[in-house]
Design a protein around this ligand. Structure first.
Ligand SMILES: [Zn+2]
Length: 66
C-alpha cells in the first residue's frame, strides 16, 4: 500500500480524489496534486461538510484544491 496516497490527485471542480487521469464524475482532466485536507463522505445527505461543499455522492474529497 506504500505510495498509494502520493499518486492520488484531486479534481479541481468537484474535489473528488482519484488515481485516474480524468475525474470519474466530471469527465474532465483538470486534476491537481496540489491540494490540502481530506474529507471522507459516507453520508452526503446527512453531512454538513458535504452540504457545504456541494457533495452529492459518497467518496473521498480534497478540502482545498489549488
Ligand atoms: Zn470532478
Amino acid at each position: 500500500m506504500k505510495g498509494d496516497w502520493v499518486s492520488e490527485k484531486a479534481c479541481s471542480t468537484c474535489h473528488f480524489m482519484t488515481r485516474d487521469n480524468i475525474c470519474p464524475k466530471c469527465r474532465i482532466s483538470t486534476l491537481s496534486d496540489d491540494f490540502s485536507g481530506l474529507v471522507i463522505v459516507f453520508d452526503p445527505e446527512g453531512s454538513v461538510i458535504a452540504k457545504a461543499m456541494n457533495i452529492k455522492e459518497k467518496g473521498r474529497y480534497a478540502l482545498k484544491v489549488r
